[in-house]
Every structure is written in C-alpha cells, then in structure tokens.
Ligand binder design. Structure first.
Ligand SMILES: Cc1cc2nc3c(=O)[nH]c(=O)nc-3n(C[C@H](O)[C@H](O)[C@H](O)COP(=O)(O)OP(=O)(O)OC[C@H]3O[C@@H](n4cnc5c(N)ncnc54)[C@H](O)[C@@H]3O)c2cc1C
Length: 452
C-alpha cells in the first residue's frame, strides 16, 4: 500500500525544529513548523529560548552540518560581524588539570544564540514549501489506528482550542519541557522510562562592551573547575557587536548570584583572576540573568514496546545534556542528518520512529558519557553515583587532560571528542594510550607560559 507523504509537522521552532524542518522540505511537498512564540522581525530574545542569554558554543561538527543544510550560512554569520576563535590558540584555557598550551585544534564562530537562530530562521523562511505557524501552542496529538495523524493547537493567549492540524508525520522538537509523555498517556500508551542525572548546576550570565583598545593577546577565556572540590567555572567569549558574553557556572547548588556585586565576587573566586580583571571595569550591557534547568535527561522512547506510527521526538525533548559542555546544538544537527538518512534509506513512514530514535540515541551516547562522566565526579550530583568503571574512566581522562595541556596531538583528539567529530572511545586509541602511559609532562605555569 502506498503511504501518504503530503504534509509533515514540526513542533518547536528552536534549532532542532528548524533543522528538522529544513530536512523535511526535501522529503514532503508541504511542511509546517509550529512554534508557540511569535518570532521577532529582528534578532532578539524570546521567552521560549531563555537559554539564549547564556554562552552558546556551536562546535565544529554542528557548524559543518548547519552549513551543509544552509549553504553560505557561515559567510552570512561572518558578514554579521561574528568573531572567529581558534581553540585554544586564541584562548586562555585553564583546564581541570592546569593551563592548556595554545595549540590550534579547531575553530569556533562565536555568535550569540539569538543571531544563530535568526539567521537559520531567515534562510528557512525562504523555502517555498515551508509554512511557519507562530504564536500557536500544540496541546496534544491526534491519533487513529495506532498512528499519529496530526496535532491539536491553540493560539497563544487564548483558551479556546484552534483548528487541528493534520499531518502524515509529526516531530516533537519542543525541548526539555516536552509534553510528549503526557500526550502519549492520554492516547493510552504506557509511561516512558526516564533517566535524570542532575549536577545541580546554575548559570549566571551578562554581556559587556569590549573595552576600546583592549588587546591582551587573547580573545576568549575558559576557566574550568577542578572537581571534585572545585565547583566554579567561568567563560568569556567575544560576540558580534563588539560584546563579550560572560557566563559563570557553579555545580552542586553553588549557584552564581544574579546581582552585580555577587556576580563579580563569584568571578573573582575562580581559579585565576584573569576573567575578573577583564570585566571588573568593563561596561555591562545587560543585567545578570540566571538559569538552573541543566540536568542530563533522557527519555527512553527507543525502548518502548508500543509506539504510535509517524511520530518522532528529537533534540532536547529526547535527550538533553548538562549544557556546560556545549553539545546540545551539535547533537540536534546530527539528528537532523539522521532524519534525512532514515528518510532516504527507506520510504516506510510507519517504521521510521524506531529506526530514527535508535540511531539518534546511538549518536547521543558519546556526549551523554562526556557530560554525565564529568558530573559524577561530584558527590552532590543526583540520580546516579560514580561506579568503579566511571571512576577508572575519569582517572584516565585526568591523565589525558594533563597531556592535552602540552601535547598538540592529544589536544586535537580531546577537542575532537568535545566537538563531536570523534567518539570518546577514540581517546583509547593506541596513539593516545601510549602517550598517556609513557609521557612525562611539564605543565605550563601560567598564562605567560602558554605559547607552544
Ligand atoms: C543555559 C544553557 C546553555 C546552553 N549552551 C549550549 C552550548 O553552549 N552549546 C550547545 O550546543 N547547546 C547548548 N545548550 C543546549 C541548546 O540550547 C539546545 O540543545 C538546543 O536549543 C536544541 O534544543 P531544542 O531545539 O531541542 O529545544 P529548545 O531549544 O528548548 O526549543 C524548544 C522550542 O519549542 C517551543 N515549544 C515548546 N513547547 C511548545 C508547544 N507545546 N508548542 C509549540 N512550540 C513549543 C519553544 O518555544 C522553543 O522554541 C544550552 C542549553 C542551556 C539551557
């Protein structure tokens, strides 16, 4: 029997939704993206993307995929005055194991999250077969004969249900607060199993004007905590518009304060004074804002025995990570490519969910290991404790961190794992393993000792 493939609906217009919608426009004659916020005409914040006011790093694999889906995107971002930062060549990076020499392992475009989403959205809006239904909230799923057939919607700010939207495929990209578990239960499906590992991490962030004439020989700072006792991390990155974004992070409820004096005091308490000294007299452009919903959260849809056909969940709604390691957007980008590959490989929409969820979870397993492995160094982390395997793994990662500080090849491998161009297992390949076992390291003594 031929399956209808006329109309696809994506719920949620943040990065996962935007990239999924872009992919679907290659496979469906009509795609509708439903977002409960109304998008502004210009770059700006919106309630559904509160995290945009905090540092967002898009690692190289994520940027590559975004460029693949929207050719020329990178040039557009550069034309919008987005700085380039070579990692760690343009940075002072104090890792948990000490200062990292300034090798050139990768590069980042350090845009604000609002600019990234705005640029991607503007490109997507030009796609002929895509419609954006903004200011509308999805409130449930329509289903018939074991398949999802569309969504219930309501205009934001009203209580009356709107006209339902029917579809041949629906994707939930509504992020951490996804209502899919409740929507499925309403349709009679069993509760989904979930894993929550919560490091009780808080963010506080604000932007500053880069002081005129400021040229200390670095563009960005990353001062990491040294677990298990050290709980505080700070980062400063340049952004378009001559700004710095400064984010402070505290684990185990050591939350950075969201008022001026407390913010500066927290910055002063980091393992190096360099960030505090940079911002002490700089002009703040925004108030301090905070964010605390940062737990690692997996919903195990791939394990459910019963699942409605033609319904997928992706992005943070499926698997969200402690954002400190900057992995969510790149995992979302990889998931968009997985969607494309699944649709190209097999036209069967009824079996798509199982294939897609399994592959996405496989792709997310490396980032999950990185984030939860680091979080389990703290006894305050809730939801799991570090078993013997994690403790041995973390001891080895400590050794790799020491080496990455002084050895360019190990630094490359380590950054590849962070940037999601390699799996964490690649740190066990003979090249790294041998160096870890045999190399004696002299660690750099401070920022002045970092040029290789
Ligand atoms: C503080 C913080 C910092 C982060 N830093 C980084 C970083 O440095 N690097 C990185 O890669 N990732 C980072 N992340 C993660 C990143 O923000 C997400 O992984 C990324 O946005 C992809 O998420 P998503 O699109 O799945 O969901 P979200 O970004 O949460 O978006 C969900 C969207 O769905 C909409 N929505 C919700 N419910 C409905 C509904 N019922 N109907 C219609 N629309 C709805 C919302 O308005 C929103 O637009 C960070 C996250 C946080 C919280």
């Amino acid at each position: 029997m031929t399956q209808r493939r006329e109309h696809a609906v994506v719920v949620g217009g943040s990065l996962m939704g935007l990239l999924a919608a872009r992919v679907l426009t290659d496979h469906f004659p009509r795609v509708t993206l439903i977002e409960r916020d109304r998008f502004a005409e210009a770059v700006g914040s919106r309630p559904g993307l509160g995290q945009a006011r905090h540092l967002h790093v898009l690692w190289s694999r994520g940027l590559e995929i975004a460029e693949q889906l929207f050719p020329g995107l990178e040039d557009e971002l550069l034309a919008a005055d987005v700085p380039e930062v070579r990692v760690p060549a343009d940075m002072l990076w104090l890792s948990s194991a000490g200062w990292r020499r300034r090798f050139e392992s990768t590069r980042l475009l350090t845009f604000s999250r609002d600019l990234l989403d705005w640029t991607v959205r503007a490109r997507l809006a030009k796609t002929g077969n895509l419609q954006m239904l903004t200011g509308h909230e999805v409130t449930g799923l329509l289903a018939d004969a074991g398949a999802v057939t569309g969504v219930e919607v309501r205009e934001r700010g009203t209580t009356e249900p709107g006209e339902p939207v029917t579809a041949d495929l629906v994707i939930d990209a509504t992020g951490r607060a996804s209502k899919t578990p409740a929507w499925l239960e309403r349709l009679g499906y069993p509760a989904v199993r979930e894993t929550l590992i919560n490091p009780l991490l808080g963010y506080a962030s604000r932007t500053y004007a880069v002081p005129s004439g400021f040229d200390p020989g670095w563009k960005a700072l990353y001062l990491q905590a040294d677990p298990p006792r050290g709980t505080r991390t700070g980062a400063l990155f340049p952004q378009e518009g001559g700004r710095w974004i400064v984010s402070l992070f505290g684990v185990g409820e050591d939350y950075p304060p969201n008022e001026d004096g407390g913010f500066l005091d927290f910055a002063k308490s980091l393992r190096s004074p360099v960030l505090y000294e940079a911002i002490r007299d700089a002009e703040p452009l925004t108030p301090v804002v905070s964010y605390r919903r940062t737990e690692n959260h997996r919903r195990h849809y791939e394990r459910m025995r019963a699942w409605p056909k033609r319904f997928l969940v992706s992005g943070d709604a499926l698997c969200a990570f402690n954002p400190l390691y900057g992995q969510g957007m790149t995992v979302a980008a990889k998931s968009a490519l997985t969607l494309d590959a699944c649709l190209r490989a097999d036209g069967d929409l009824d079996g798509l969910a199982r294939r897609f969820h399994r592959k996405v979870i496989k792709n997310a397993s490396g980032p999950w290991l990185v984030a939860t492995g680091e979080d389990l160094r703290y006894s305050t982390t809730q939801g799991a404790t570090a078993g013997l395997q994690t403790r041995i793994l973390n001891r080895y990662v400590d050794r790799v961190q020491h080496l990455a500080n002084v050895d360019p090849r190990v630094c490359d491998r380590f950054v590849d794992v962070l940037a999601l161009t390699a799996q964490p297992q690649s740190l066990f390949l003979p090249g790294v393993l041998w160096r870890a076992a045999t190399t004696r390291t002299r660690q750099p003594t401070g920022p002045d000792d970092l040029i290789p």
